[in-house]
Design a protein around this ligand. Structure first.
Ligand SMILES: Nc1ncnc2c1ncn2[C@@H]1O[C@H](COP(=O)(O)OP(=O)(O)OP(=O)(O)O)[C@@H](O)[C@H]1O
Length: 311
């Protein structure tokens, strides 16, 4: 088990994270928050690359700072940006990293080939990485994080640059990996983790806002999400009264998806099952930005989001 106990992290006088308590067992954990919320800071501390300003992180009951090398042997880490030589092939790059980790030549070659196959780069393993797309590079990053068959796998925004097919393949790889290790990944894209994470961690204002199964996180908004058609003349007032999760401009008004905290409902409000994206949008709603946006684009349709959902 990996535990975070009363951890805070400062940068100068700024407190990026405060009083973080978390524990992770085998499974997939999605660390979900908008940019700048402290995801990278938390992951770097979990990877032992950044010391907490206060508190302690321990693995199997021992401080990771004290375990040091022993912890690193159990750890796989994919940083947000990783360094490689563009003229290297993925196979050469993997073998080089395997050598650094102390693997013998034969084992390094076998393991590198196996992992490159697993991320569907087997056919291009001897091609120079400078010819690769962003998604292919990201898959090399995922493969290298698995070189030492880690018990703890930490991935910082691993799906950046992946196309929808690559994302789907990555999600199925995650599910397999999470069966026998701790997998923690950060993202600000809800659909990356909604279907595969055993638990979601939401960070807000430098603290843990929630840590729960996706369905229990969604239950936070149970009975509070509705959709309705609002005529143009009433749209402005409606937006002021209710947090809007999504809206779409149509010929006869606005199709609004919104949250109502009150007991009172209207007959033409259609109750909706809340999804993780609804909770994300609600928890991280930014009233000032929404107001400014509405002033700038008062009648612009917002469009349809991923998966055909309104945004
Ligand atoms: N080295 C640093 N020096 C000063 N402030 C930092 C440093 N690293 C991060 N911060 C600040 O700490 C806060 C959290 O940043 P962090 O990078 O952890 O967030 P994040 O959720 O990972 O965002 P992103 O996805 O954009 O990387 C931000 O306000 C950021 O400006």
């Amino acid at each position: 088990m990996l535990t975070v106990h009363a951890v805070s992290r400062r940068y100068g006088n700024d407190l990026a994270l405060e009083g973080i308590d978390l524990s992770f067992e085998n499974g997939v954990y999605g660390l979900l928050a908008p940019n700048g919320a402290g995801k990278t800071t938390l992951l770097k501390m979990l990877a032992g690359l950044l010391p907490p300003s206060e508190g302690e992180i321990s693995y199997e009951g021992k401080s990771i700072a004290a375990l040091d090398e022993k912890y690193r042997m159990q750890l796989g880490y994919l940083p947000q940006r990783f360094g490689y030589y563009p003229s290297d092939t993925p196979l050469k790059y993997m073998q080089y990293l395997a050598a650094i980790k102390g693997m013998g030549r034969k084992e390094a070659l076998e393991r590198s080939e196996l992992l490159l196959e697993a991320v569907a780069l087997g056919e291009v393993k001897r091609k120079k990485m400078k010819t690769f797309s962003g998604g292919m590079i990201q898959r090399v990053g995922i493969a290298q994080a698995l070189l030492n068959d880690p018990r703890v796998l930490i991935l910082d925004e691993p799906t950046g640059g992946l196309d929808p097919k690559e994302r789907a393949r990555f999600r199925s790889l995650l599910t397999k990996l999470g069966r026998e290790r701790i997998v923690i990944l950060s993202t600000h894209v809800v659909s990356d983790v909604e279907s595969v994470a055993n638990e979601i961690v939401l960070l807000k204002n430098g603290r843990v806002f929630a840590k729960d199964k996706p369905e229990d996180i969604c239950a936070m908004l149970a009975g509070k999400v509705y959709e309705t058609k609002v005529p143009d003349t009433e749209a402005e007032a409606f937006r002021k009264n209710y947090p809007i999760l999504a809206e779409r401009g149509e010929a006869d008004g606005w199709q609004m998806r919104f949250v109502s905290e009150g007991e009172k409902t209207l007959p033409h409000w259609e109750p909706m099952k809340p999804g993780l994206e609804d909770v994300f949008l609600y928890v991280y709603r930014d009233r000032e930005r929404q107001t400014a946006e509405q002033r700038l684009f008062p009648r612009e349709p917002v469009g349809v989001g991923e998966g055909g959902r309104l945004r």
